[in-house]
Design a protein around this ligand. Structure first.
Ligand code: PEP
Ligand code: MN
Length: 340
């Protein structure tokens, strides 16, 4: 149920309306759609309650439609939201580049890459310590040691760090070392994990499930924000399609669609969509051109020896060239690349 308040609704009337709804055991979310206040009513309303709410002073109308994702819907806020990761604001005027290896492999590897991407204008460092791999025989990540190395790289470069969380019980350990928790594609509908990252304070990078619709992604984000954590960034990373030339099909339309339906920032991961290094510059440019607030790019100093996702990882030189292209596209849209 959704109640729209009248333009002339006083603060006292609004408070009484909210009290009435909560008094009936219902949860609510108050949003702004332009100058109008919209109250999404969540829960199982008893029969007739809609009429009672409609009769309250200050209520303009009541619709019986169930709000699908009241916390993340565009109508929930007057302005799009921004998410701060350390000093970096995602979702503001500037475009943010997050870069680094697929997996943390060694101190030398991570520091070489971190120094290089920082110099070229990345403002956050990515690197997996717990890797969700398709095969149980593939490298599974360095675990806690990988997190420690991310913290070392952060101390040296000043880059905030992003790393994937695969299990709720790892969250306290991860939060001791990282600044943003990534929920990966394979876990986008791991609802226990979504609730768990919603109940902790660090920002969350939510990647689209490789076989998930945009609606399912927004509902996944709703789990996190509804559980109490508003700091969520959505990431389009390619979906499965009949096309086999690329690892995924980058759903470029998802960027403007997500922006239309939600207030959350949206970034694009060209690396997992492409699966192939040579395509990453084009997909990066396309993501920014479509209105993404940032990019998540895999970079490796020796991609041929990488323990995961080498074929799609840019070389250090490739990253430099990609940043030049991306800066031009962002500039053309009057959205400068954010620098530290
Ligand atoms: C990754 O970022 O390395 C990763 C595993 O991504 P995804 O979950 O999108 O496959
Ligand atoms: Mn990867």
């Amino acid at each position: 149920m959704i109640a729209t308040l009248s333009m002339g609704c006083t603060l006292g009337e609004k408070a009484a309306i909210l009290r009435f709804i909560e008094g009936h055991g219902l949860r609510l979310h108050v949003g702004e759609a332009g100058a109008v206040t919209v109250v999404s009513i969540i829960g199982d309303p008893e029969p007739g309650i809609g009429e009672s709410i409609a009769a309250l002073p200050g209520v303009e109308s009541v619709s019986l439609d169930a709000p699908r994702y009241p916390f993340v819907a565009r109508e929930a806020r007057t302005e799009p939201s921004t998410v701060k990761v350390r000093d970096v604001v995602i979702g503001g005027k500037g475009v943010v580049v997050i870069a680094g290896p697929c997996s943390v492999e060694s101190e030398d590897q991570l520091l070489t890459i971190a120094r290089s991407v920082a110099k070229e204008g990345a403002v956050l460092l990515r690197g997996g310590a717990f890797k969700p791999r398709t095969s149980p025989y593939s490298f599974q990540g360095m675990g806690e040691r990988g997190l420690e190395l991310l913290a070392v790289a952060r101390a040296e470069t000043g880059l905030g760090v992003v790393s994937e969380v695969v299990a709720p019980e790892d969250i306290p350990l991860m939060n001791g070392h990282v600044d943003m928790l990534q929920v990966g594609s394979r876990n986008m509908q791991n609802f226990r994990l979504l609730s768990a990252v919603g109940e902790q304070p660090n920002p969350v990078l939510l990647k689209r499930g490789l076989m998930s619709t945009i609606e399912e992604m927004l509902l996944a984000a709703e789990y996190i924000v509804g559980a109490g954590n508003p700091r969520v960034v959505l990431c389009e990373r390619g979906i499965r399609s009949f096309e086999t030339s690329t690892r995924g099909t980058l759903d470029i339309s998802a960027v403007p669609v997500l922006k239309e339906r939600s207030h959350l920032p949206v970034i694009v991961d060209p690396s997992h969509a492409a699966g192939k290094r040579s395509l990453v510059p084009s997909l990066s440019a396309a993501g920014v051109a479509a209105g993404a607030d940032g990019l998540l790019i895999e970079v490796h100093d020796r991609p041929d020896e990488a323990l995961s996702d080498g074929p799609q990882s840019l070389t250090l030189e490739g990253f430099t060239a990609t940043m030049e292209t991306v800066a031009k596209i962002a500039g053309a849209l009057d959205r400068p690349l954010i620098r530290l």
